[in-house]
Design a binder for this molecule. Structure first.
Ligand code: DC
Length: 227
């Protein structure tokens, strides 16, 4: 029996700013399950590539870089080769570069095992773009969370401001739309709902309402106990 059959995974896919990160963190904390922020992995590769002046289309070099990194997630901090990159990977230039490196098949292949290794008891909540379609296709609950681009840009603005990073809402909207296009159109693991995903539009929903909807679905599928 593979880990996929034994350890439950809830996948939460969708575009940036749809609320995936928040919902994943709250759900993982509530269930006491592990958390995979797969976007952080692409951001780490991008940040390290920028720091080393690597070309963002050099597949072999980026894949080798991805495989060489010692990545550790501890609570809400991420360290890479011992250096705390928690804030660095959230900066806007890294977001743009991450979307570029994420389109490279060799990079995606290089971090596949790393992602699957996160499937540990008692369960995993995995946040990304291809969690339900590629990384954990057998997951018993797949969520696809979406929201209008305008609302997602506003949420990203508030998120960046709260982290003390500079931001402009109009520039963020343009950047989000451009990234959405790239993430959806790329040939490898494009952003799209799994055929068996539950679709949730969070444009008009509060975080608690989305969390309740996902939690209820997990109870209905007997992945977790009811209240
Ligand atoms: O969710 P995020 O904004 O941290 O993701 C950063 C980038 O990585 C984003 O452009 C999409 C990409 N990504 C991906 O291609 N596949 C994933 N599973 C997660 C993120």
């Amino acid at each position: 029996m593979t880990a996929e059959n034994v350890v439950p995974v809830i996948t939460i896919d969708g575009p940036g700013g749809s609320g995936k990160g928040t919902i994943t963190a709250l759900l993982a904390a509530e269930l006491n399950w592990h958390l995979l922020d797969s976007g952080a992995l692409y951001r780490i590769v991008a940040a390290q590539a920028l720091a080393r002046d690597l070309a963002l289309d050099d597949g072999p070099a980026l894949a080798a870089l991805a495989k060489s990194l010692d990545i550790a997630f501890n609570a809400d901090r991420v360290t890479v080769d011992g250096e705390d990159l928690t804030l660095t990977i959230r900066a806007e230039p890294v977001s743009v570069a991450a979307s570029n490196v994420a389109a490279i098949p060799a990079v995606r292949a290089a971090i596949l095992d790393l992602q699957r290794a996160m499937q540990k008891t008692p369960g995993l909540v995995a946040d990304g773009r291809d969690m339900g379609t590629v990384v954990f296709p057998g997951a018993p609950l797949k969520i696809y969370l979406d929201a209008s681009a305008e609302v997602r840009a506003e949420r990203r603005y508030i998120q960046l401001k709260n982290k003390g990073l500079s931001a402009n809402v109009r520039a963020l909207l343009a950047s989000i739309q451009e990234r959405d296009e790239r993430d959806k159109r790329r040939a490898v693991s494009p952003l799209k709902p799994a055929v068996d995903a539950v679709l949730i539009d969070s444009t008009e929903l509060s975080i608690i309402e989305v969390l309740d909807a996902v939690h209820s679905e997990a109870i209905r599928r007997q992945l977790v106990g009811g209240a």
